[in-house]
Ligand binder design. Structure first.
Ligand SMILES: Cc1cc2nc3c(=O)[nH]c(=O)nc-3n(C[C@H](O)[C@H](O)[C@H](O)COP(=O)(O)O)c2cc1C
Length: 376
């Protein structure tokens, strides 16, 4: 049976049927996506980066940003902490019947570290208040920053802790911080990528070799074949973003999904992003933004981390304009994160169909490889 073949230590750690994670993808909270993913047997992830908007002054928000802020809430008001708790409750309720397991993604980069701590504290508090929540919300995935300052708050909580890393050095630091697994995030991936570009095929085995904890692959995964490849490279599973974005249930705009389906493997480009370099779907806005990045934030291409305060106003303004257009679904003007795996995505299935066929493909490949190379 499929589930027996793929069932491994990552399934044990997460409490899921399959060793697959639906990646956190802001700025939407991906509540619905997380719930259906959890119910399909993978780890569903609620994204919390968008909750940062709820702290802002609504009067100063661009139209698009306030629209995102609204999608995170149920319209019942309250502080952002109360809204986050209610959002997590909705996910927990949606996966109670099918006993789905989910987690949250929290970006911990220095610019947002204080807010990240508060998100983590709120989540832990909620788990302590509600035993059902404790049972369903089992994993925290931190990313985009230093995990060490979060050890004191996450470790005693009982949450399983994964951290996203772009290099062996970062993986060793995460291991020192006490994480349960690292997610090796290669340059193919959609959304934030590393200052120094290293691709999954090298990064993943290098990290597997260096650390003594489980390693999960991210960046470029979207098929059963790539899941098998990750296992062959020593990983215990994969995290997929772009592939889950292009599903019926994901909260992203249909135009964004359409660009992913139509794009080929060369249709993404790296330019500046919110907290570092970011891989965008290549369109008019991304090309213009890349030119601007070359001129006004060249450090992105030279591997020099930039302070958020240093970024040229013109670049920030262009980025805000691009996000706004994304939320409106204005195709050519929208800045839309997406990974190279867009070249392998050619439909918008339901999450359940996607998961089942990915697992089936992986199983068939494993059987065929065994038959072809290991039997007489
Ligand atoms: C639209 C989009 C938004 C993303 N937002 C986040 C985020 O808020 N936090 C984070 O840790 N990673 C974010 N990522 C990265 C994903 O979590 C994941 O690591 C990445 O998509 C994996 O590469 P893939 O797209 O090739 O599957 C985002 C990716 C995409 C495509």
């Amino acid at each position: 049976m499929v589930k027996e073949i793929l069932r491994n230590e990552l399934c044990e750690i997460m409490g899921t049927k399959y060793p697959i994670i639906q990646a956190g993808m802001g700025p939407f909270s991906t509540n619905q996506l997380a719930g259906v993913s959890a119910n399909a047997g993978v780890l569903g992830i609620v994204s919390t980066s968008g909750f940062g908007y709820l702290r802002g002054d609504p009067a100063k928000m661009t139209k698009g940003v306030s629209q995102v802020a609204r999608t995170l809430t149920d319209g019942q008001g309250g502080t952002w902490q109360e809204q986050l708790k209610r959002a997590l409750h909705r996910v927990e309720e949606s996966c109670r019947e099918a006993k789905g397991i989910f987690g949250i993604n929290v970006m911990v980069s220095s610019e947002v570290a204080e807010f990240a701590r508060e998100v983590i504290r709120t989540t832990i508090e909620l788990r302590e208040e509600d035993p059902e929540m404790k049972d369903r919300l089992r994993v925290i995935i931190t990313s985009a920053g230093d995990p060490l300052p979060m050890t004191d708050i996450i470790k005693p909580s009982g949450l399983k802790w994964f951290h996203v890393v772009p290099s062996v050095r970062h993986a060793l630091r995460a291991e020192r911080a006490g994480v349960d697994a690292v997610i090796a995030s290669g340059q193919e991936g959609g959304g934030h990528v590393a200052w120094e570009p290293v691709h999954t095929i090298v990064l993943l085995p290098a990290i597997v070799r260096a650390v003594g904890i489980p390693v999960i692959g991210a960046g470029g995964f979207g098929t059963g074949a790539s899941l098998v490849a990750a296992l062959a490279l020593g990983a215990v599973g994969v995290q997929m973003g772009t592939r889950f974005l292009a599903t019926k249930e994901s909260e992203f705009h249909p135009v964004h999904k359409d660009y992913i389906v139509k794009g080929n493997e060369r249709d993404t480009i790296v330019a500046r992003g919110v907290v570092g370099p970011l891989r965008w779907i290549k369109n008019e806005a991304a090309l213009e933004f890349t030119r601007l990045t070359v001129r006004k934030a060249p450090g992105v291409y030279l591997g020099e981390p930039e302070d958020l305060a240093d970024v040229a106003q013109e670049v920030r303004a262009q980025e805000d304009k691009g996000w706004d257009a994304q939320f409106r679904g204005d195709g050519p003007q929208a800045l839309m994160p997406g990974g190279e795996v867009a070249g392998l995505v050619d439909d918008i299935p339901s999450v359940r169909v996607l998961v089942e066929r990915t697992v089936k493909e992986a199983e068939d490949i494993l059987r065929n490889l065994h038959r072809k190379y290991l039997t007489d």
